[in-house]
Design a protein around this ligand. Structure first.
Ligand code: BEZ
Length: 209
């Protein structure tokens, strides 16, 4: 199945380390950070799981629930979580999907055969409370993800929803934002009474809170 930005995220019922869940019901009114990783008891994955747990308060501040996936069983996940907690000095509280038959990995196109026929690559899906896929990132097995970037893109999308803006390259919270070209200057006057800096007619910067 090909998944695109803007699609309703495919739903499923599955066993996790926190019991059986229905994905859409579990997301509820939150945003969701859904990420796959190749296998339990592997070094890069251990650091990623630990980092997700360490950032629990940052995800909560963004009304975002985290959920991991690998193609191992709940029993393996639970043993591995003890190691993650121990080595990364944290406490993994979020669920990890058990997908030994690759049902969800196939559904979400997480198996990339040139990398592995059985282990998932490192994909990220950010899903909004309407269950829409808002962002996808795919990393090879050798590259651990940048969690500053994961929080940054959630901040950008939530700000964009609030103010109908876009964010420029390397934007950080508090930085200038862009008025999209679809908004005319007439309309922008109502939406952005604080004004803007018009570098070109299609390149207008403003500030929002
Ligand atoms: C890791 O998580 O360390 C890893 C997993 C599969 C391939 C390479 C690295």
């Amino acid at each position: 199945m090909t998944i695109h930005i803007g699609d309703t995220t495919p739903n499923f019922d599955i066993e996790t380390t926190k019991g059986t869940i229905n994905f859409h019901d579990w997301i509820g009114d939150s945003w969701c950070f859904f990420f796959s990783h190749p296998a339990d008891f592997t070094p890069v994955c251990t650091t990623e799981m630990g980092r997700t747990a360490q950032l629990a308060s940052e995800f909560a501040a963004r009304n975002t629930k985290s959920i991991g996936l690998s193609t191992d069983t709940v029993e393996e996940h639970n043993k591995w979580i003890l190691d993650v907690n121990d080595t990364q000095n944290t406490n993994v509280e979020f669920p990890i999907v058990a997908d030994p038959e690759h049902k969800i990995a196939q559904l979400y196109d997480m198996i990339h055969p040139s990398e592995s026929n059985t282990a998932a690559v490192r994909t990220v899906f950010i899903i909004d409370p309407n269950k829409k896929i808002r962002l996808m990132m795919t990393y090879p097995m050798s590259v651990g993800r940048n969690f500053d970037e994961i929080l940054r893109v959630i901040d950008s999308m939530q700000l964009s929803d609030k103010h109908t803006i876009a964010t420029p390259a390397d934007w950080r919270p508090g930085g200038e934002v862009i008025i999209p070209p679809t908004i005319t200057n007439d309309v922008a006057q109502d939406m952005f009474p604080q004004g803007w800096n018009e570098v070109r007619s299609y390149l207008r910067f403003t500030k929002v809170d």
